[in-house]
Ligand binder design. Structure first.
Ligand code: B12
Ligand code: SF4
Ligand code: SF4
Length: 418
């Protein structure tokens, strides 16, 4: 068996779902990535300016090929475009005489434990195998945070094509997977890039609420909800706040609507998007067949909140996987347990800064920091149209932090006008 094949077998053996080998320099994409940053599309993400991103030999001078791996994080819970959020659920609740429970959306990738550690641990195991196979081999491993344009290499390794939403999409697995890369000093047999299967579909471009997908395959990250709610440390530009809707950490919309995350085959998605309305779109009548994982670390975290008592007795959790386009299942609720799947906004207000640090110590959510968390909650509450948040916002606006204060003021004004 060739060394390249042996490495790929071991990658699957240590638990990755996808693996491929890329040649060292996908020059066209790295030039594109540099120009993209120069155009200002990276917003305030200064790490994207690191010149080592232009050529991996600046990290490992002996590098000759790149082993790219993918790990599926999707689980069977509903998509953000399936759960009827904000206005829709309010109307429904009012119609049925029940109190409306405004909920927020935490991006699917952040429901479970921090993926950086999980992928890195598996890559370390792969590195040990490689060092045993080829003593003296030099390697560097990266998951997300290193100065590597990961999707460029992953694209050339054949594990997916770059979709028009800029995510890497795999024909069999969809796009809900994380990437990891290993630079090696070995001359390995490269795979062929996967063919682009987006075809004439434009579902993601149409669904993006902020117009961040400025043209097919090109994102202006400085307009992306994921950037606003995770990466941006300061004030969220006011003109984008209504379009953020209930997204409080990250955004899944352009992946939720992708037909490859449904049947994995056709574009017959029947997606109804509500671009720029600030509401998430609603998708009905589809069967989801894309790859999921039962890996417990990626299931929605359940937090015990002894201090929290839900006002309307709605509870906080939706434990049952929800694959068939249903609204969150609220039958098995305990009022003090919070699931990160589509949580009630009110429950999220009960965290102190200390709680935030403790609860999210091993979660990607810690990246937003407490200040960003409060800021994002203010925006979602302002967008909820629900006056029950006014007392909390009034309290929050007394905080010393000028960013949080300003977002609370904005939300109060919006609720008063609602
Ligand atoms: C900065 C960053 C972001 C930014 C900017 C995203 C973006 N589209 O650039 C923000 C904060 C918005 C973001 C959001 C998300 N991110 Co992010 N992010 C990164 C990071 C750190 C760098 C990405 C980057 O370099 N962007 C600059 C652009 C130019 O590069 P690129 O998008 O990778 O594009 C490459 C190719 O697509 C190609 N290309 C793109 N357009 C064109 C056009 C032409 C003409 C050509 C020739 C080439 C080309 O050139 C580039 C180099 O190949 C990577 C990790 C890493 N170190 O690479 C993770 C990463 C891309 N993110 C990831 C994830 C999971 C997410 C989110 C799903 C999280 C969430 N739910 O909120 C969203 C997805 C949003 C989306 N539609 O992409 C995964 C992607 C997995 C996948 N299957 O694609 C990565 C790889 C992290 C990881 N290790 O798993 N992210
Ligand atoms: S993650 Fe959300 S805001 Fe960003 S490009 Fe996709 S749909 Fe648009
Ligand atoms: S939604 Fe359509 S255009 Fe966008 S990435 Fe998926 S297949 Fe491609």
């Amino acid at each position: 068996m060739s060394l390249s094949l042996a490495i790929k077998e071991h990658a699957l053996h240590v638990g990755f779902d996808l693996v491929g080998i890329a040649p060292l320099v996908p020059a066209r994409d790295l030039v594109f990535a540099r120009q993209w940053v120069e155009r200002g599309y990276g917003g305030e993400m200064r790490y994207l300016k690191n010149p080592r991103r232009d050529d991996p030999r600046r990290i490992l001078p002996t590098a000759k090929s790149v082993v790219c791996v993918g790990l599926v994080y999707n689980d069977p819970h509903a998509y953000s475009t399936e759960v009827v959020q904000a206005e829709g659920s309010r109307q429904k609740a009012e119609g049925s005489g029940k109190e409306h429970v405004p909920r927020g959306w935490i991006s699917r990738y952040a429901w479970g434990e921090d993926y950086h550690d999980i992928l890195r641990a598996r890559l370390e195991r792969l590195r040990v195998v490689l060092e045993r196979l080829v003593p003296g081999v030099e390697t560097r491993i990266f998951v997300d945070t290193g100065p590597i344009v990961e999707r460029a290499f992953a694209r050339y390794s054949g594990i997916g094509w770059m979709g028009k939403n800029t995510c890497l999409v795999n024909e069999a697995k969809g796009s809900w997977f994380f990437l990891g890369v290993m630079l090696t000093s070995l001359e390995l047999e490269p795979d062929l890039p996967a063919p682009d299967r987006c075809g004439s579909c434009t579902a993601c471009l149409e669904a993006c609420p902020t117009g961040a997908l400025v043209e097919p395959y090109v994102m202006d990250a400085s307009r992306c909800i994921s950037y606003f709610t995770i990466e941006l440390k300061g004030s969220i530009p006011e003109q984008f706040r209504p379009a953020i809707g209930g997204n409080i950490f990250g955004c899944d919309i352009c992946q939720d609507v992708c037909p490859w995350n449904w049947t994995g085959r056709s574009q017959e998605s029947g997606v109804r998007s509500q671009k720029s309305s600030g509401q998430l779109s609603v998708v009905r009548g589809q069967q989801r067949k894309v790859a999921t994982t039962m890996f417990p670390e990626f299931q929605p975290l359940r937090l015990d909140l002894p201090g929290y008592k839900s006002r309307s007795g709605e509870g906080t959790t939706s434990p049952a996987p929800n694959t068939q386009n249903r609204e969150p299942d609220t039958r098995h609720l305990t009022p003090e347990t919070l699931s990160l799947f589509n949580p009630p906004l009110e429950a999220l207000t009960s965290f102190s800064e200390e709680d935030f640090r403790r609860l999210f110590a091993n979660s990607p959510i810690k990246r937003a920091k407490y200040r960003g968390w409060l800021r994002n909650l203010c925006v979602a509450m302002g967008n909820s149209g629900n006056p029950r948040f006014i007392p909390w916002l009034q309290k929050i606006r007394e905080l010393a932090d000028p960013i949080v204060r300003e977002h609370a003021e904005w939300a109060l004004k919006r609720l008063e006008q609602a």
